[in-house]
Design a protein. Structure first.
Length: 295
C-alpha cells in the first residue's frame, strides 16, 4: 500500500487490526523481556543471552501473544545505552525467539536497532519515543512495513519527570498523539500499522496515569489500536500504599497490574504490556467474557 493509499483508507473512528499480529477474540498480552542490567523491576535477571531466550520462550509458553525484547532501560533517570551494546543485547535474542516461532517485538528508540531486529524476525517495533528520539525511525518503519507502537513521549528518561505539566492530561495527550500520527504518516508510515500508547509513567504523575486510564475512550477516538503499559509502575505502587498495603516493591505489584489489565481491556485496549503474563491473560479473558453479553 502506498503512503497516499494508506492515508486515504484511514478514517477517524476506525481501528484496524495491524497486519502480522495474532488476532484472538480478546485484548492481546505482550510479555516484557528486559535484557538489561538496570530496568526498574527486573534489571539483570535476563541480561545474558541464554537466560533471555529461555525467559522469552517461557513467556510464550505462558500465553504471551507477543514477547517484547528491550535492550535499554527507559525507567526515570536511566542513562542511554550505546547503539552497539543495544544491538548486542537484543538481536541474538530476537533471532532465536523468532526462529522458535514466537511473535517478537523490539522495544527500541533507535532506527538501526529496529531495522536489525526486523531483519532477524521481529514482527513489531515498539518505540517509547514515538519516533521523536531518532528522526530516522519513521523512514525505517515505513520501509520495513511492520506494525509500529508510537508512545506519547516528551523527553528522555533523565528529563521526563520535569515535563509532567498538563492543562488537561487526556486532551493534551490525545492532541499530541494525533499530531505525532500526522507526522508519521507524512514520513510514509502506513496508518493501518500504527498502534498508539498513552505512555503511562512517561512525563506523567500518578494522577495523570489514572486519569489517562479512565480516558481511554477518548484516546480510542483517534481511530488507532491502543497499547497500555501499566505493569508494576509507580502509580500502581502508590495506589496500593494509599489503600493501606504499605510500600509494595515492583515485583509485588503483579496482582494489581492484572486488575489494571482487566480495566484497560474492558475499556477497549488492543494490547496490555506486562511482566506477569498468566495473571493478565486471565484478566483480559475475564474482560472479554464480561463484554460478550453486550456485543
Amino acid at each position: 500500500m502506498s503512503t497516499t493509499e494508506g492515508a486515504a483508507a484511514w478514517r477517524p473512528g476506525t481501528s484496524p487490526w495491524p497486519e502480522g499480529l495474532p488476532r484472538p477474540d480478546r485484548c492481546l498480552v505482550m510479555g516484557i523481556l528486559n535484557v538489561t542490567p538496570d530496568s526498574f523491576s527486573d534489571g539483570g535477571l535476563y541480561a545474558r543471552t541464554r537466560q533471555a531466550i529461555d525467559r522469552g520462550l517461557d513467556l510464550a509458553a505462558q500465553g504471551a501473544d507477543i514477547v517484547d525484547v528491550g535492550g535499554e532501560s527507559t525507567r526515570p533517570a536511566a542513562r542511554p545505552v550505546a547503539q552497539a551494546e543495544e544491538l548486542a543485547r537484543t538481536v541474538p535474542v530476537v533471532r532465536e525467539l523468532a526462529r522458535a516461532g514466537v511473535c517478537v517485538s523490539i522495544d527500541t528508540m533507535h532506527a538501526p536497532v529496529a531495522r536489525a531486529a526486523v531483519e532477524v524476525g521481529a514482527c513489531l517495533v515498539n518505540d517509547v519515543s514515538g519516533g521523536l528520539a531518532d528522526p530516522g525511525m519513521a523512514p525505517v518503519v515505513a520501509e520495513v512495513g511492520v506494525p509500529y507502537v508510537a508512545t506519547h513521549w516528551r523527553a528522555p528518561s533523565q528529563e521526563m519527570d520535569h515535563h509532567a505539566d498538563y492543562r488537561d492530561v487526556v486532551a493534551d495527550v490525545t492532541a499530541e498523539l494525533d499530531l505525532r500520527v500526522r507526522q508519521l504518516m507524512a514520513q510514509g508510515v502506513d496508518p493501518a500499522r500504527i498502534v498508539l500508547d498513552p505512555g503511562l509513567g512517561f512525563s506523567k504523575r500518578t494522577e495523570h496515569d489514572w486519569t489517562l486510564l479512565a480516558g481511554l475512550g477518548t484516546l480510542r477516538e483517534l481511530g488507532f489500536p491502543l497499547l497500555v503499559g501499566a505493569s508494576r509502575k509507580r502509580f500502581i505502587g502508590a495506589a496500593l500504599a494509599s489503600a493501606g498495603a504499605g510500600e509494595v516493591p515492583p515485583g509485588g505489584r503483579d496482582s494489581a497490574t492484572a486488575a489494571v489489565s482487566a480495566l484497560a481491556a474492558a475499556a477497549g485496549a488492543f494490547c496490555v504490556r506486562v511482566h506477569d503474563v498468566r495473571a493478565s491473560l486471565d484478566a483480559v479473558r475475564m474482560a472479554a467474557a464480561y463484554a460478550a453479553p453486550r456485543l
